[in-house]
Design a binder for this molecule. Structure first.
Ligand SMILES: C[S@@+](CC[C@H](N)C(=O)[O-])C[C@H]1O[C@@H](n2cnc3c(N)ncnc32)[C@H](O)[C@@H]1O
Length: 360
């Protein structure tokens, strides 16, 4: 049994079962044993690979997207360029390199990274060779116009799970099995008092269905949208998940590029859940931002010029590099790979024109 599991068992013994959200938050974010504090999970040697780690083209196109949005905003002389959950900092480093097409953009940008992991903050600083201000929360951004990007951030935020039973929705909890001393799921004995907070599509789900709610994601989206509505600016969120709210159990653990039991070895596997883009968009609209999309990642990247960028990179590449570029292009856009499961959603101040890459 690892140290985090012992710690979780002590909490459960003292306070009773944990919600899936509390379990997820501790397994990922515990200040000492949490996954993002104690591991470097990225890349072929790690547990998973994200789009910016597949190819520099991903971050470069997002950098150009930011430059275009900044021009649409009237090229403010000072603004926040912010990334939520920057991982190793690869996306931001590639974006800043591509943004060199506009020296004024780089001079005006004040770089903020929202990151809770002290370990990853060090990696981010070495990837991004310019002054950075770290924040623990998106709500702490200073009062300036902002451009915010987030790739595979919302899927790491804690979800609550509920199961529909004859007498209503019961929350799914994590407890210890006294006979094996292992963690296991159980259902809360009493149903929730009200399902009013559930999206309408979930309220009609059949018996046995699982509903997932992500109040942390909703709260961050509300903070972001309020900031954009008050200060001006735009945001780009890319993640994997469903276009509209739907029932289903998407809580999963990944270790060494394969799925594993989310309750085994807490703190040593990545835990994620599908993002409900409809719920996120609704929270942003309620807080005063306009939204564009979601659109599939493949379509979004192709509209931003991924094919032209791949062609340009291939011109000066060796045969081996050309094969890598072609493979990255297919991984990012292929409908059997990241192209369809991943989606992009944009937020903008109501006076900004629709976001690049979201045209009909
Ligand atoms: C899956 S990684 C994504 C990394 C990066 N965006 C990429 O595409 O390679 C999730 C990132 O979000 C950070 N993170 C997770 N939960 C967070 C939270 N509640 N607040 C701030 N950062 C968080 C993690 O430490 C990590 O940097």
């Amino acid at each position: 049994m690892n140290e985090l599991q012992c710690h979780l068992q002590e909490i459960i013994r003292a306070q009773g079962p944990l919600s899936v959200a509390s379990y997820m938050a501790l397994a990922l974010g515990h200040p000492q044993y949490g996954y993002y504090q104690s591991q470097n999970p990225f890349g072929a040697q790690g547990d998973f690979i994200t789009a910016p780690e597949i190819s520099q083209m991903f971050g470069e196109l997002i950098g150009l997207w930011c430059v275009q949005r900044w021009r649409d905003m009237g090229a403010p002389r000072e603004f926040i360029l912010c990334e939520l959950g920057p991982g190793r900092g690869t996306l931001m480093a590639d974006a800043l390199r591509a943004a060199r097409i506009s020296e004024d953009f780089l001079i005006a940008a004040q770089l903020h990274l929202v990151e809770t992991s002290r370990t990853l903050r060090k990696l981010q600083q070495s990837a991004i060779k310019r002054p950075v201000i770290w924040q623990d929360r998106a709500a702490d951004l200073p009062a300036l116009p902002a451009l915010v990007i987030a790739n595979e951030f919302f899927d790491a935020l804690p979800i609550h799970q509920y199961q529909r039973m004859a007498d209503g929705w019961h929350e799914r909890m994590v407890t210890t099995d006294p006979s094996t001393d292992q963690l296991r799921f159980m259902l809360s004995p009493l149903p929730v008092a009200s399902a009013d907070a559930f999206p309408a599509a979930l309220r009609r789900a059949p018996l046995g269905a699982i509903a997932e709610l992500c109040p942390a994601g909703q709260a961050i989206m509300t903070d972001l949208a309020l900031h954009l509505a008050e200060q001006g600016g735009a945001a780009l969120i890319i993640d994997y998940g469903s276009e509209s709210s739907a029932a289903g159990d998407s809580f999963q653990a990944v270790r060494r590029h394969g799925y594993c039991d989310p309750l085994q070895n807490p703190g040593q596997a990545d835990l994620t859940a599908h993002v409900d883009f409809e719920a996120l968009a609704r929270a942003a609209q309620a807080a005063g931002s306009r939204t564009d999309g979601p659109v599939e990642q493949g379509k979004f990247l192709l509209r931003l010029g991924l094919a032209a960028r791949a062609g340009r990179l291939a011109m000066n590449a060796t045969d081996e590099e050309q094969t890598a570029i072609t493979s990255a292009f297919h991984r990012l856009t292929g409908s059997d790979q990241m192209g369809s499961l991943f989606r992009a959603l944009a937020l903008r101040h109501p006076l900004l024109p629709p976001s690049p890459g979201f045209e009909a």
